[in-house]
Design a protein around this ligand. Structure first.
Ligand code: PHE
Length: 533
């Protein structure tokens, strides 16, 4: 360790000064312990039943705006300590964007389009959130609330990549084939450069040896005698499957040229699955994402929630808060509470009159809404399984539909529901401007390019959502042009007795985890305030 100390002395000293976390991290840096993934989830001490009771404090009342994940989680955690909660929800169902569409589900959008889903029994689409990463706090709520989970297949070697406008092939190509070719040629290039000495300034002789050994393994390239050529391998797949006796199978070959593979731009698709939030393994609730919302509703008590209740005004008072809303019958009503937790999307909140100050209004108007669209396509048969042997996963494309998702559940059952487009930005706007029937027509016309006529002939029904044109939601999610220009910081603090929460106030925007995390932060702050007053 230098300076005369033993390694144990050093670790002990660090342990004393910095606590166990620092000790552990230091051990990790020294290669003595794995870097602690366990420490990654921030601590949260939910308010406990005894907190108010044992200190003689009266139960405070909290009015929560919005019964999405942030609002429900706020009520769920506050109720543990006996807070009186009331949730005002403009829609006639809980969950917000956590929305599972089944047969009978209706949607009237801001453009007047009315849809009624005709999906058959057991079929559904998760119109909003649809995948959960293993690191996310969402899973802790699933455990606590008994929401059963199953794998969500975010990556499938047998799904396609389709880049219509890149390269000469323009053909749907399996992920496994695209990877074999891209990894193969990149390995060939790097091996040649290494062997020729082009990297001698960076590499020692033994580095070079190890790098070449790695590249031969990684890219399945030939050895030095064959100039490290990539000639294709069975990683690409087979045109005739291996089988019994003398049937060795026929490997798909030959691979396209290096130039064609670079032109295909397949390589740009791979980083998606490296993403911290998108890497397999991922999960989904059995039966639909809204199982989470309904489990929260059950836990807080459905009598807490007033549906079809639109907030009209928020007034901070010297000793509490007052919320005016319009109830299901169109009557204006007043809700008085000690605190308010406002979880509506910022663009919706920005239009609600309040007395919280002009800086709050302009901060609420600062994040920009992202247009997002999704369509569910129910098919009479699961041809993608029987014909293409694709069991779950996603085919990314450069078409305006962006992606096709194959269901991760119900394998080999009679029917199945694909996601026929999941797009954002300009593509989502284009689809959003069409009538629901035109959206289906356009999505199917694009999908036929990948899957052929069956994509049209087996279609049973469709349901689409343009989140940016959905009442009380108005966007798939938001983005902050800057988080350091004041607005984000301001809204992450209470304005008088009004707290703000939602995924939009977290670093997990567009994830339920962000809504949970934000709710937990607000619950902690609100509770600390109550306990210290
Ligand atoms: N959570 C959403 C999804 O998984 C949106 C998102 C996409 C967020 C990609 C981050 C990265 O589709």
């Amino acid at each position: 360790m230098g300076q005369g100390g033993t390694r144990r002395d050093f670790l002990k000293a660090v342990g004393v000064a910095g606590g166990a976390g620092v000790l552990y991290e230091t051990m990790g840096a020294l290669g003595l312990a794995p870097t602690p993934a366990e420490a990654a989830v921030p601590d949260f001490a939910p308010p406990r039943a005894s907190d108010l009771a044992l200190t003689g404090r009266a139960a405070k009342k909290v009015v929560i705006l919005g019964a999405g994940i942030a609002g429900l989680a706020t009520a769920y955690e506050l109720r543990k300590a006996g807070y009186q909660c009331r949730i005002l929800e403009a829609k006639d169902q809980p969950g917000g964007r956590n929305w599972t569409v089944r047969g009978g589900t209706q949607l009237r959008d801001l453009d007047g389009n009315l849809q009624r889903a005709t999906f058959s029994a057991g079929q559904y689409m998760n119109a909003g959130p649809a995948r959960i990463a293993q690191s996310m706090v969402t899973l802790d709520y699933c455990r606590e609330l008994d929401v059963a989970l199953e794998p969500f297949i975010n990556q499938n070697a047998d799904a396609y990549i389709y880049n219509e406008n890149a390269g000469p092939s323009g053909k749907p190509t399996r992920w496994r084939t695209a990877k074999a070719d891209v990894y193969g040629y990149i390995s060939e290039l790097l091996a040649k450069a290494t062997d020729r000495g082009a990297l001698d300034a960076e590499l020692t002789a033994s580095d070079k040896e190890r790098l070449l050994a790695f590249l031969q393994n990684f890219g399945a390239i030939k050895g030095k005698a064959k100039n490290f050529a990539y000639e294709g391998t069975d990683r690409r797949g087979y045109s005739v499957e291996p089988g019994a006796a003398e049937q060795a199978g026929t490997v798909l070959s030959p691979p396209p040229s290096m130039s064609d593979v670079l032109a295909s731009q397949f390589g740009t698709r791979f980083s998606f699955e490296f993403g911290y939030d998108q890497a397999m393994m991922m999960l989904q609730p059995v039966g639909g994402m809204d199982r989470i919302a309904y489990a929260l509703v059950k836990a807080v008590g459905s009598d807490l929630i007033s549906y079809q209740s639109e907030v009209r005004r928020i007034t901070d008072l010297a000793d509490g808060v007052e919320v005016v809303y319009r109830d299901a019958k169109g009557k204006e009503r007043l809700e008085r509470a000690d605190f308010c937790v406002a979880t509506l999307p910022p663009m919706v909140l920005a239009r609600i009159p309040h007395n919280l100050g002009a800086s709050v209004t302009s901060a609420l108007g600062y994040p920009t809404a992202t247009p997002v669209g999704k369509i569910g396509l129910e098919y009479k048969s699961r041809w993608w399984e029987t014909r293409n042997r694709i069991y779950g996963g996603i085919s990314p494309t450069d078409l305006d539909l962006a992606q096709i998702w194959y269901p991760s559940h119900g394998f080999h059952s009679r029917r199945g529901t694909l996601i026929g487009y999941y797009n954002t930005g300009a593509n989502a706007r284009v689809y959003g401007q069409l009538s629901p029937a035109e959206r289906t027509e356009r999505a199917v016309a694009q999908g036929v390019k990948i899957h052929g006529d069956i994509y049209r002939t087996e279609l049973a029904s469709a349901f689409s959502v343009a989140w940016h044109r959905t009442p009380f939601i108005e966007g798939g999610w938001v983005s902050w042009p800057s988080r350091t220009s004041g607005e984000y910081t301001l809204l992450n603090k209470p304005a008088g007795h009004v707290f703000f929460a939602g995924d939009w106030l977290s670093y997990y925007i567009a994830w339920q985890a962000g809504a949970f995390d934000s709710a937990r932060k607000v619950v902690t702050e609100l509770h600390e305030r109550v306990m210290s007053s």
